[in-house]
Design a protein around this ligand. Structure first.
Ligand code: NOJ
Ligand code: CA
Length: 668
């Protein structure tokens, strides 16, 4: 009886609004949606806690041959409620609730009497919609998706310019008026402190979206699809669903970061047995090449990926509790990087004995992360794909990092269009077939497909650590912005954890190899900030990226070496976009807390009430030394130990560009 009663209470807001046919509320009733037909055009409106955040915004498509799907008649609507809790293979949580109310509108197009359906979903932390083309029997070309977001005010926002080929950029903080053409995720804050992130989920055989401002109305943005060479946006020939257009809506910046909306909008796992999928931390033959200490290829006599050097990394990993070693530059072709057919993906350089390296790693319980740099040469990579993955599989290599550093071949296609989306998803499927987990660099922006294919583990899609090795680098505010912008798209292989901040330990060996290098590169943060980033920026493959010589005997290394790469629980304790972030993550009876700040120092109070009441916890802390500063004294750290309970309060000073990391472990 009690359960039946509860059921009605839960459904009441939906049913009430469904009786209006065209309106819907989120399960907690705070997010409201309305749809209306005005002169046969379909519009939607969204409000949150009484604040209209998206004013009436139109929906539809322009098709090829002067055709369009923009004027409709409503045939019927249907509403449903869905509520389940599912367990991801890895992630920020060990279980995720997927609870939404849904309204589907069945439309008849007035031009040619075709059918189109639109699903609208309301979650407590967001709104999403997608189109369904139920009847496609001949080739169809979408020239433009006419979905709009008409924002109600000139919100503050954080964005990068919509480049069709790269996402490796620094963010601009402005108001909407200045943000004329932006990449997604697009994050904003209203004057009533509602936080919004516009995004897309489940992009499969479609092109990715950017958001283009309407010149006549700067608060209005239209979905802009990255085009094919012929100018069309999407090519289809059978019935399909578009990706979800999503609007994450929360009361704080921290809640944006805690949201699982992008995962909930993706399809459940399609891999039956996921027992082979394991998140790991890793080190690698990587930073040394970016610093110019060694090279990817053999020319010049400073080859990084030699059998001997790799064994050193394997030994270090085995001794220090690291699970994997990435090897870049083991295969021939780097002399021709950027040209077509540069790599065959299977031939080792003569100074690299791949079988011996894998045998040695296995004997020490270490995973090897293989590498496929494609240079963007998709045509050649696709020809070699099966062979390249079968080769790693035959050796027992279960992790592969891919990379697309270079212009796409075919040169007429953009990096973020449908052609490349097809390519990345094909690689994901081939990798799954060979039971290989992926870390994709220069990817198309991730959209949560890692729920459906959990072997698709992590992505770059960010101006990451490498930029600090050979350019003016990333300012401290960059990483304080990422969790709320790029981070909304899912895991990020930022590759933090540098302790030799000034990059001086082998400075005499460095050779300039990148034109952006002005000889003044450094990691613009303190050491404590670097350690904290590994907690703040989530990735199921988490790299500690510095040279092993720099980690050897470093007092702070134990803070990162045993860090989990999948969590039971995640709580953002405090955050202001672009300024600071404090995140707590739990695995079993251990909490890790990471805090970072921008160029400004600040003191943070941490209330430990998230700890189990009545339990004592051992606290280890690494924070900035009193005179630490990201420019003048970046390596100054202080390591302390303490005992705390859920009633304790901590005051922690983060210096300029600084941060801290805490490990809290329940006592037996
Ligand atoms: C760019 C990737 O982001 C980086 O991690 C890699 O080392 C280089 N390409 C070379 O493949
Ligand atoms: Ca890159």
């Amino acid at each position: 009886m009690k359960q039946v009663f509860l059921f009605f209470i839960l459904l009441f807001p939906t049913l009430l609004l469904a009786s209006e046919r065209n309106a819907l509320a989120s399960p907690n009733g705070k997010l409201m949606f309305k749809m209306e037909l005005l002169n046969n055009k379909l519009f939607y409106t969204v409000s949150y806690g009484g604040e209209v955040i998206i004013r009436p915004s139109s929906l539809g498509f322009v098709l090829s041959e002067n055709d369009s799907l923009t004027s409709f008649e409503i045939v019927k609507t249907e509403t449903t409620t869905f509520d389940e809790t599912w367990k991801p293979v890895w992630g920020q949580y060990s279980s995720i609730r997927n609870h939404y109310n849904e309204l589907t509108v069945f439309l008849k197009d007035l031009k040619k009497d075709r059918k189109l359906e639109i699903q609208f979903r309301l979650y407590d932390d967001g709104f999403a919609f997608r189109y369904h083309f139920p009847e496609v029997n001949k080739p169809l070309q979408i020239m433009s998706e006419e979905s709009r977001f008409n924002f109600a005010d000139n919100y503050k926002c954080w964005w990068i310019w919509a480049d069709y080929n790269t996402l490796e950029k620094l963010f601009t903080h402005s108001t909407l008026r200045e943000a004329t053409h932006v990449a997604a995720p697009f994050t904003m804050q209203t004057s009533k402190n509602t936080f919004i992130s516009i995004y897309e989920a489940a992009v499969d055989d479609y092109s990715t979206m950017t958001l283009k401002q309407d010149l006549a109305n700067p608060l209005s943005y239209k979905v802009n699809l990255v085009p094919w060479a012929d100018g069309s946006a999407v090519k289809k020939s059978t019935a399909f669903y578009t990706p979800w257009r999503s609007v994450c809506v929360t009361t704080s910046a921290g809640k944006l970061m805690e949201s699982s909306l992008v995962w909930n909008l993706n399809e459940p796992c399609k891999i039956e047995d996921c027992s082979w999928i394991k998140p790991i931390n890793y080190i690698g033959i990587w930073w040394e090449m970016h610093l110019g200490i060694s090279t990817w290829g053999m020319k010049g006599g400073h080859h990084g990926a030699t059998t001997e050097n790799t064994k050193r990394y394997i030994d270090f990993a085995a001794q220090k509790g690291i699970q994997g070693v990435l090897i870049e530059g083991w295969n021939t072709g780097w002399e021709n990087w950027g040209q077509v057919n540069a790599f065959d993906y299977v031939t080792p350089y003569p100074d690299f004995d791949i079988k011996e390296v894998v045998r040695y790693a296995k004997s020490k319980g270490i995973e090897i992360i293989g590498h496929h740099e494609t240079g963007g040469d998709i045509i050649s990579y696709e020809k070699n794909l099966e062979k390249a993955f079968a080769f790693y599989k035959s050796l027992g290599i279960r992790y592969v990092k891919t990379g697309y550093a270079g212009p796409v071949n075919p040169t007429t296609e953009h990096h973020h269009g449908q052609y490349m989306v097809r390519h990345y998803n094909k690689v994901m499927e081939v990798a799954a077939k060979y039971q290989i987990m992926l870390d994709v660099h220069e990817p198309v922006i991730p959209t949560g497909l890692g729920r459906t294919y959990p072997n698709l583990m992590t992505f770059e899609a960010v101006r990451g650590m490498e930029w600090n090795a050979w350019s003016e680098g990333n300012p401290p505010s960059h990483t304080c912005t990422l969790p709320f912008t790029r981070g909304m798209a899912g895991p990020m292989d930022y590759t933090a954890g540098i302790v030799d901040i000034l990059e001086k330990s082998q400075a005499e060996k460095r050779v300039k190899w990148n034109d952006l290098d002005k000889g003044n590169s450094a990691v613009h943060s303190t050491v404590s900030n670097q350690l904290a980033l590994m907690v703040v920026l989530y990735s199921p493959l988490q790299m500690a990226s510095d040279l092993i010589e720099n980690y050897n005997n470093h007092p702070a290394f134990p803070f990162i070496s045993g860090m989990p790469t999948t969590w039971d629980e995640t709580k953002v304790l405090d955050a202001k976009i672009g300024e600071y972030v404090v995140v707590a993550r739990r695995k079993g009876n251990k909490w890790y807390v990471g805090g970072i700040t921008n160029e400004q120092g600040r003191t943070i109070s941490i209330d430990l009430s998230f700890l189990t009441v009545g339990q004592n916890f051992k606290l280890q802390r690494c924070s900035d030394a009193p005179d630490a500063h990201f420019e003048t004294n970046p390596t100054g750290i202080e390591i302390t130990k303490d005992k705390v309970t859920s009633a304790s309060q901590l005051e922690i000073k983060m210096n300029e560009g600084g941060g801290f990391i805490l490990i809290l472990e329940a006592e037996d």
